[in-house]
Design a protein. Structure first.
Length: 326
C-alpha cells in the first residue's frame, strides 16, 4: 500500500460518530401522484404549479418518475402534492375547472421524507422514488496509512496513561511528527475540584503554554495568529487571531461529558478521538453535542472501533470504576 494512499472508511480502526440525521433510517411521507402521457406532461405540470399546494421540504424528490415498461416503452408518474395538504375531491374539482379531469387519475404513494446526506442513505432510499443527491467528497475525512498509525499510537498512549483515571492529549496534526501540545489527567480526586476533568485540564495546559510562549502575565488572553496555522493571508491586511485549539486534535481515553464536549466547542478543537464510551458521555452515548445544529462550531468525532459485546463491557466497567462525567 502506498504511503499516500487514502484508506477507505471500511478499513478504519475507528468509527466516525455521525449525527442522527446522517444515520437515520428511511422515513416516508405520502404524496398524491398521477400517471401522465408524455405529451400531456407540460400541461399537467402547469396545473400543478398554479393550482395545487406547493411541495414543502420535498425538494429532494424529483417531480416526475420515468418507468421503463417490458415492451421498452415508458410511463411517467408526476407528483401532484402532499397528501395532508388537500383532499382528492378538491384536486379533482380544480382539475375539472381547468378542463383536465380526464388527464388526472390520483394515486397515493410514499416518498422519502428527508434528503439523503450520504451515499448509504441515497442507495437505500432511491428505490422508493427518484431523489436528488450530490455527494461532496471534500467533506469526507481522509486518512493515509501514516495518519492511521499516528492516531492508533496516540489512542494507545492515552488509554495506558488513563488506566487509573481519564487522560487527554492535544496534538498538532499539521506537524510531521504529530507534536503533542499538551496532555493531562483527571485530577478531581487529588485536587478536590469538581471541574478538573482530563479535557478541562488539557485545555488549560494549552492556555498556559500559549501564555508562556507570548510572555503574557496570568490573566492575559494570548491567541495564535491565523497565519501560524495556515498559509492563508489575513483579511483586510489585519492579523486575525485564532481560538485556543484551532486546528488541533484531542485524544481522550474516555468519552467526555457535556461540560468537556462544550469546552471543546468553545476552544474550536478540530477533531476528537476517544477510546471508551461512558455512561454520561455526550459524544455518542447520551448526546451528540458536536453535531448540534445550533452551535457555531462543529468538530468531527471518532471512536475506537469495538465489538458490541466489548463495548457493553467497557461501558459497564467505566461506570463501576467511578469515571462518569469525564
Amino acid at each position: 500500500m502506498s504511503k499516500n494512499e487514502i484508506i477507505p472508511r471500511s478499513q478504519w480502526p475507528f468509527i466516525e460518530v455521525l449525527s442522527d440525521e446522517h444515520t437515520r433510517d428511511l422515513e416516508t411521507v405520502n404524496v398524491y401522484v398521477t400517471k401522465v402521457e408524455p405529451k400531456q406532461t407540460k400541461q399537467v405540470l402547469g396545473f400543478v404549479q398554479k393550482h395545487l399546494p406547493p411541495l414543502q421540504n420535498l425538494e429532494h424528490c424529483r417531480r416526475v418518475r420515468r418507468t421503463t415498461l417490458p415492451d421498452s416503452n415508458f410511463e411517467l408518474t408526476l407528483i401532484l402534492c402532499q397528501e395532508n395538504t388537500i383532499s382528492t375531491e378538491d384536486i379533482m374539482k380544480r382539475a375539472s375547472d381547468q378542463g383536465l379531469k380526464e388527464m388526472i387519475h390520483i394515486e397515493t404513494v410514499p416518498v422519502p421524507k428527508y434528503a439523503p446526506l450520504n451515499r448509504t442513505q441515497f442507495e437505500g432510499w432511491k428505490h422508493l422514488w427518484p431523489i436528488l443527491f450530490r455527494e461532496d467528497t471534500r467533506q469526507d475525512p481522509k486518512f493515509r496509512p501514516s495518519d492511521i498509525t499516528a492516531i492508533e499510537n496516540h489512542l494507545k498512549a492515552v488509554t495506558t496513561l488513563g488506566s487509573e483515571s481519564a487522560y487527554a492529549r492535544i496534538v498538532d496534526p499539521t506537524d510531521h511528527q504529530n507534536k503533542v501540545i499538551a496532555e493531562a489527567a483527571d485530577t478531581r480526586s487529588t485536587s478536590h475540584h469538581p471541574l478538573h476533568h482530563a479535557v478541562m485540564n488539557c485545555i488549560d495546559a494549552v492556555a498556559t503554554l500559549e501564555k508562556q510562549h507570548r510572555g503574557i502575565e496570568t490573566g492575559g488572553r494570548p491567541k495564535r495568529k491565523v497565519e501560524e496555522i495556515t498559509d492563508g493571508p489575513a483579511e483586510g491586511g489585519q492579523k486575525k487571531t485564532a481560538y485556543l485549539c484551532t486546528g488541533y486534535d484531542i485524544y481522550i481515553s474516555h468519552e467526555p461529558c457535556a461540560m468537556c464536549a462544550m469546552a471543546l466547542v468553545h476552544s474550536r478543537i478540530g477533531r476528537v478521538f476517544y477510546n471508551i464510551p461512558t455512561k454520561t458521555g455526550c459524544l455518542g452515548t447520551l448526546y451528540k453535542i458536536h453535531s448540534h445544529s445550533s452551535l457555531n462550531h462543529h468538530y468531527r468525532v471518532f471512536r475506537k472501533e469495538t465489538s458490541s459485546s466489548s463495548l457493553s463491557s467497557t461501558t459497564t466497567t467505566t461506570t463501576l470504576s467511578g469515571k462518569e462525567g469525564l
